[in-house]
Design a binder for this molecule. Structure first.
Ligand code: AMP
Length: 112
């Protein structure tokens, strides 16, 4: 069971900001911006590499939830970044797909 599945199951505490039947969003424990939220599917999928066609609706749903969270956090108009790290070179540390939603400050491009 992944660390994030334990958060879904309330076995590990987290500051939850959004939840529905398919996904959960909570504040990153080590925020890299004034707003740093992780949005995860409740289905435990290790990384983007493990997605199948059956997950298309689920991943589309996550896309629709992002702007709802951004609006709730008050970062929708000034802007925000969404990142999905995949495997070692991208620095993925938790094998459960998670979308980083970062905002509240200007972002640099390209990211490091
Ligand atoms: P990544 O490096 O893309 O795999 O991102 C994993 C993220 O999970 C990091 O930004 C961590 O700070 C965050 N994280 C790890 N453990 C927790 C936790 N218990 N609650 C909230 N965020 C966490």
């Amino acid at each position: 069971m992944s660390l994030f599945t334990k958060i879904i199951n309330r076995e590990i505490p987290a500051q939850i900001v959004f939840e529905d039947e398919k996904c959960l969003a909570f504040r990153d424990i080590n925020p890299q911006a004034p707003t740093h939220i992780l949005l995860i599917p409740k289905k435990e999928i290790a990384s983007l590499n493990e997605l199948t066609e059956q997950d298309a609706g689920l991943m589309g749903h996550l896309m629709i939830v992002i702007p709802k969270i951004a609006k709730q956090e008050g970062i929708d108009e000034r802007g925000y970044r969404v990142a999905i790290n995949t495997n070692a070179h991208a620095g993925q540390t938790v094998p459960h797909i998670h979308l980083h939603i970062l905002g509240g400050r200007p972002m640099q491009w390209p990211p490091g």
